[in-house]
Design a protein around this ligand. Structure first.
Ligand code: NAP
Length: 352
């Protein structure tokens, strides 16, 4: 993969940008660590990216790695995670392991100089995330939190609309994510040792939406319900911004919910329907103006957009994305930590 930092800077111009965009059409070699459900979806989407190919896959089981590599046409199948460090021509690794392993797996790759796209949440807690970010910065290696929603076309527009001010002063935001989880099918979510529970897995999306669109809250109120295995099954949160603006956020593994996003301003309402965090459309109603509904057609699972962003940034020699900065990820982690502290969600082996 050709990187911008290899270009002599005085010659960097519009012509070189055009040249670079041609170069970027060449292949971008991905590795994946942890071959579960999301790894499957991400691998499927690589065929839709501008220049991405799956090059190496690492699993705890060599048979699983071989099957996955055959299915997704990856060149290297590896029977342990550290073996990925032996693949010298990787452009980036996607970490798709359970939450408790994100920090360990990411640090291993960054230490070896390999750029990382790490599944959400970036880590179990802020101290882990800070260690990851510090290492990426000290070694000048790309790192990004895989909050794919930020790169989905409908959400990119939602952010632009809110930022434009057409809704008027924002008075409320409501975001939720809920589904009835099956203890057999969704084992990871019920396992506290793996960082299971509603908040870190799906509650991160409503919090992400509120933080992206409204910024840091002044106050946080939260309550949670816990299940038999000790994980949080439901968390209700209120983020207060000022006397006229607040966000109501919920996540639950107990029932299927609307899972939508509604932003109300003094002059209008912006709504994203069921599964607001995934490929979607929005509905915009501004007082005295015709209603506007977007019409995005998605021909992939939605992970193509974040993968393209990683390739774009690395192609330009960047060590982070300006749309998903490391500061943003640290603050998001801090918000999760604050909610956890308020409701008593602890992962004792990681939290100090
Ligand atoms: N962006 C999204 O839309 C989205 C959606 C779902 C999940 N996620 C995130 O992606 C990550 C993985 O989620 P998933 O749903 O793909 O989970 P999953 O199906 O359980 O897969 C996780 C993989 O991690 C590896 N692993 C390593 N140690 C493990 C252990 N002790 N127990 C179980 N698996 C272990 C396994 O891969 P090997 O057997 O190959 O080693 C396993 O297949 C999580 O961080 C989650 O938050 C993101």
């Amino acid at each position: 993969m050709f990187q911008r930092k290899h270009l002599p800077s005085p010659y960097f111009s519009k012509i070189t940008e055009a040249f670079l965009s041609c170069i970027m059409k060449y292949i971008f070699k991905w590795g994946i660590i942890g071959l579960g459900k999301i790894a499957e979806k991400f691998a499927e989407d690589l065929s839709h990216t501008e220049n991405g190919v799956l090059h190496a896959v690492a699993s705890r089981s060599i048979d699983k790695a071989k099957d996955f590599a055959t299915k997704h046409k990856a060149q290297h199948a590896l029977g342990s995670y550290p073996e990925i460090l032996n693949i010298s021509d990787l452009d980036a690794v996607y970490i798709a392991t359970p939450h408790n392993l994100h920090a360990e797996n990411t640090l291993m790759c960054l230490e070896a100089g390999i750029p990382v796209l790490c599944e959400k949440p970036l880590a179990i807690n802020l101290p882990q995330a800070q260690e990851m970010v510090a290492l990426a910065r000290s070694k000048n290696i790309f790192l990004m939190d895989a909050i794919w929603t930020r790169f989905l076309p409908h959400f990119v527009e939602v952010k632009k609309i809110v930022d434009s001010g057409v809704l008027g002063p924002i008075t409320s935001l409501k975001a939720d994510f809920g589904f009835q989880a099956d203890p057999q099918k969704h084992k990871r979510l019920f396992n506290k040792d793996l960082g299971g529970g509603a908040l870190l897995d799906i509650g991160i999306y409503p919090i992400f939406a509120a933080y992206t669109l409204l910024g840091k809250p002044r106050e946080i109120y939260a309550k949670a319900a816990f299940g038999d295995t000790g994980v949080d099954m439901k968390v209700d949160m209120d983020f207060v911004y000022d006397i006229t603006c607040s966000a109501h956020l919920t996540c639950t593994l107990l029932e299927d919910t609307a899972s939508d996003l509604i932003i109300e301003g003094e002059w209008g309402t912006l709504e994203v329907g069921h599964r607001f965090h995934g490929p979607n459309n929005y509905d915009l109603r501004i007082r005295d103006k015709p209603r506007k509904t977007s019409n995005f057609k998605y021909n992939c699972n939605g992970y193509m957009y974040e993968a393209n962003e990683v390739a774009r940034c690395i192609g330009l020699g960047q060590t982070e994305s300006e749309y998903m900065t490391l500061e943003f990820s640290l603050e998001l982690m801090h918000l999760l930590d604050q909610v956890r502290k308020k409701v008593g969600i602890f992962y004792l082996q990681y939290d100090v």
